[in-house]
Design a protein around this ligand. Structure first.
Ligand code: ZN
Ligand code: ZN
Ligand code: ZN
Ligand code: ZN
Length: 109
């Protein structure tokens, strides 16, 4: 059986059409765009999530280009979304420029 390939919504590379997780960028559900925070389905042109208000585009802290908020930057592949490693914090956020948690101030590695 021939494997058909589809473009990942996050990194736009061709990956097997039955992937539940993009093998190239690690995004879950690579063929449907969802809010990275609340998993609400979103559309490509939306600037913020209609459900939780999460910002969906951000300037990448590494390359400075505006990119869709996903686990990795669509331009330079730098890590974009981080979850604070502090157990009592655990806030999901776009990597701050100073690499410190926006909530508790603890630095990321
Ligand atoms: Zn991908
Ligand atoms: Zn949301
Ligand atoms: Zn980048
Ligand atoms: Zn934190």
């Amino acid at each position: 059986m021939a494997t058909y390939k589809k473009h990942c919504m996050y990194c736009s590379q061709l990956i097997p059409g039955d992937s539940n997780l993009c093998p190239l960028c690690g995004s879950a559900d690579p063929f449907h765009m969802r809010c990275p925070k609340c998993r609400n389905p979103i559309e490509g042109r939306w600037k913020v999530c209609s459900s939780c208000g999460m910002q969906l585009f951000t300037p990448c802290p590494s390359c400075g280009q505006t990119t869709r908020v996903a686990k990795f930057c669509g331009h330079c592949n730098a890590e974009l979304l981080v979850t604070c490693p502090q157990k009592r914090c655990g806030v999901l956020q776009i990597m701050p420029a100073d690499r410190k948690c926006i909530k508790c101030g603890k630095p990321f590695k």
